[in-house]
Design a binder for this molecule. Structure first.
Ligand code: ADP
Length: 270
């Protein structure tokens, strides 16, 4: 175990009594350092799209006489603005997940519903990328926590699987119970992830060189959100990948009993 650093504050209450306040500062300093790093690299990442938005706005102003040019700049401006909106909403989600706040919802969550809503949110993306999205495996499994956070996590994996796959390939979402764990696997046959990057891609803002050139719309935050969301639910994320052969990300969460009103054979009374 790491040595504990403790802050000590002594207050003399009476000639014979001294109150000692001991506080663990290791944890506090670690959290403070994390917060400082987060603010620093977040501001850095925001600089580029904010700069692009103001440059494009100026370009539109000075091209006012040329409608074709204005259209080109305006559509790039829209794309940058969307990216900025996605980036800020992801930054907010991640900072919420990293904070010590309790999860807002703690109840039985249907894995079927988590997956259905994650898949629904990405059918359009799959269609326009020419990728087939399939759902297989077990049904009727439950976990405990916040369904919205979990479907965002599964959704981020699906979004990546589609984005880093070639046209015509397929992405599969599978569910399996292994002892008291439920595994939700998102598998693609895409570009894969070099071994040297596999540990680091879960860090915020880390992107592989290949991804940088391939997908300009990324934020580098998707997997950091997945990792924190799953850890807050007492689970973990595993990755299998081979460059050129695709990747499989597996979310593992503690399985819970189905809620009573969902148990087979139990009918609501009239
Ligand atoms: P991004 O917005 O860049 O996709 P993520 O945090 O979601 O950010 O992912 C981090 C990096 O991990 C990506 O930039 C990419 O290099 C790599 N990556 C994630 N998912 C996949 C995948 N399914 N196939 C290949 N590379 C992936």
């Amino acid at each position: 175990a790491e040595p504990r650093l403790v802050s000590v504050r002594a207050t003399r209450i009476s000639p014979r009594l001294t109150l000692l306040v001991l506080r663990d500062i290791t944890e506090r300093e670690r959290v403070e350092q994390m917060r400082r790093d987060f603010v620093a690299n977040t501001s850095h990442e925001l600089k580029t799209p904010v700069g692009a938005v103001s440059l494009l706005a100026e370009a539109i102003e000075s091209a006012a006489d040329d409608p074709d040019q204005v259209r080109v700049f305006a559509s790039r401006l829209t794309a940058e603005a969307h990216r900025l909106a996605l980036l800020t909403s992801r930054i907010m989600n991640l900072s919420r997940l990293q904070s010590a706040d309790e999860l807002s919802e703690e109840r039985s969550v249907s894995v079927d519903e988590v997956i259905a809503s994650a898949v629904d949110a990405h059918t359009l993306q799959a269609e326009s990328a020419g990728v087939t999205l399939t759902r297989g495996g077990s049904r009727g499994l439950y976990v405990r926590g916040d369904g919205q956070i979990l479907s965002e996590a599964v959704g981020n994996l699906i979004a990546n699987a589609i984005a880093y796959s070639p046209k015509g390939s397929s992405v599969g979402v599978g569910v399996k119970a292994v002892d008291d764990i439920v595994e939700i696997a998102v598998a693609d046959r895409g570009i894969g992830i070099p071994e040297a990057d596999q540990e680091r891609i879960f860090e915020r803002f880390y992107r592989t060189d290949q991804a940088r050139s391939r997908r300009t719309g990324g934020t580098g935050l998707g997997l950091a959100i997945v990792k924190h969301a799953v850890q807050r639910h007492g689970g973990e994320v595993r990755l299998w990948s081979r460059p050129g052969n695709g990747s499989t990300f597996t979310i593992r969460l503690p399985l819970v009993e189905p809620p009573l009103d969902d148990a087979p054979g139990r009918r609501p009374r009239r």
